[in-house]
Design a protein around this ligand. Structure first.
Ligand SMILES: Cc1ncc(COP(=O)(O)O)c(C=O)c1O
Length: 391
């Protein structure tokens, strides 16, 4: 066997592996598994986008290599969308915006653009795992910023030691947040901008869940914070916003130097998003707000069903305003999230995600995705109740 690169050994164990194994066993036994684990919309892509794709794919001019960094039309539409949605200036589509094969691609690439072996990255814990693996792949050292309930799941920047901040190249923040479903205040964004300016750190804001929100809430962009464009880039995605996770389309915008550096990595790694998808993306950007509101209402009703289920079993829990998750503490009698999640799968046929799969500070929590309709949610909680699960 050929020995693989050392860096692969440093990738942390996949904590969903045990759950996946148990899920496969349950399915093989014929258990009607209710999957509340994965953050993948169960609703289809909006029909006007699918129709645009059908037409685009018929047009042979979409069949050749696309421009690496995105078609000009796609980037123009992306910066216009951001300007209208957040009330910020229209960024330059050529020098301040780049397309991305889903936001995951650029999140991974930005580490290659900035991190040298031994450099620090500042990443949230719990957090989207790619921030940590991007650091590992580039030989960096991640400094975890704990997201704690007592701080509304915002990192406490005053706790980052100055000697680490001085050696840090990137800071990742992500609001609306996965997995905690927390939202950020503009004051926090301003604090993060000031911190990153002080230490000369690229501030990376991941906004994958920007368009899923409830109770009239609208998430702010990092560019709503004064001076952010001097130091920040923002990662956006069509995936969750328009039920398009399989299409792989996103974009990054903001600081010109960072966009240039990302382009340099990207042109050497991939060849851009299929032009037909970018053309369909133009229709996604034009989606009437009414359709998004209707979709969000569906999530909101499911969210409430999950909260009612939890409260009925003794949890005291606040309603999340955004994202597609409920983040809840495990019952007091359980000592680990993994054990509790395994129990739910084995005894109730329910899959949820253990909080520590997103980082050590996620221990003691579990994440429920709003990807099942209300009858399934009710069925899940009825099963828990029947087994005596309580907080
Ligand atoms: C916080 C966060 N960022 C980014 C992504 C990547 O999404 P995509 O590559 O589909 O845009 C995800 C996906 O689950 C996510 O949860």
């Amino acid at each position: 066997m050929i020995e693989t690169a050392k860096r692969l050994e440093q990738i942390p164990p996949y904590l969903f592996a045990r759950i996946d194994e148990k899920k496969a066993e349950a399915l093989a036994k014929g258990v009607d598994v209710i999957n509340m684990g994965i953050g993948d919309p169960d609703m289809p892509t909006f029909p006007h986008i699918v129709k645009a794709m059908q037409e685009a794919v018929e047009d042979p001019s979409t069949h050749d290599y696309p421009p690496y960094t995105g078609t000009l039309e796609y980037r123009k539409a992306a910066v216009k969308w951001v300007a209208e949605r957040f009330g910020v200036r229209e960024f330059d589509p050529v020098t301040e915006c780049i397309s991305s094969i889903g936001s995951k691609e650029s999140i991974h690439n930005v580490f290659f653009a900035y991190v040298n072996p031994g450099d620090y990255t500042l990443i949230p814990d719990p957090g989207y795992p790619v921030y940590n693996t991007g650091t590992i792949f580039t030989g960096g050292i991640s400094h975890k910023m704990p997201l704690l309930a007592e701080n509304n799941f915002l990192p406490d920047l005053s706790k980052i030691p100055a000697e680490i901040a001085t050696k840090a190249k990137l800071m990742f923040i992500n609001y609306p947040n996965n997995p905690t479903s927390a939202i950020a205040t503009l004051e926090f964004f301003e604090e993060a901008v000031a911190f990153c300016k002080k230490y000369n750190i690229l501030l990376c804001h991941d906004m994958a869940y920007s368009e899923i929100s409830f109770d009239g809430y609208k998430s702010p962009s990092i560019f709503n914070a004064k001076g952010a464009e001097d130091i920040a880039i923002e990662f956006h995605s069509l995936s969750k916003s328009y039920n398009m996770t399989g299409w792989r389309a996103g974009w990054v915008l903001g600081n010109r130097d960072a966009i240039k550096a990302l382009s340099q990595v990207k042109t050497n790694v991939d060849s851009g998003i299929f032009k037909a998808i970018q053309r369909a993306g133009l229709e996604a950007f034009k989606t009437p707000q009414k359709l998004l509101d209707e979709r969000n209402k569906i999530y909101e009703v499911r969210r409430d069903a999950i909260l009612n289920g939890l409260r009925d079993l003794g949890w005291t829990i606040e309603a999340p305003k955004s994202s597609m998750f409920v983040w809840a503490p495990i019952p007091q009698k359980w000592s680990s999230a993994a054990e509790f999640c395994e129990y739910l799968l084995e005894e109730c046929g329910i899959v949820v995600s253990p909080g520590n799969a997103f980082g050590d500070s996620g221990e003691g929590y579990f994440r429920i995705a709003m990807t099942n309709d209300v009858p399934r949610v009710k069925e899940a909680f009825a099963r828990m109740k029947a087994k005596g699960v309580s907080y």
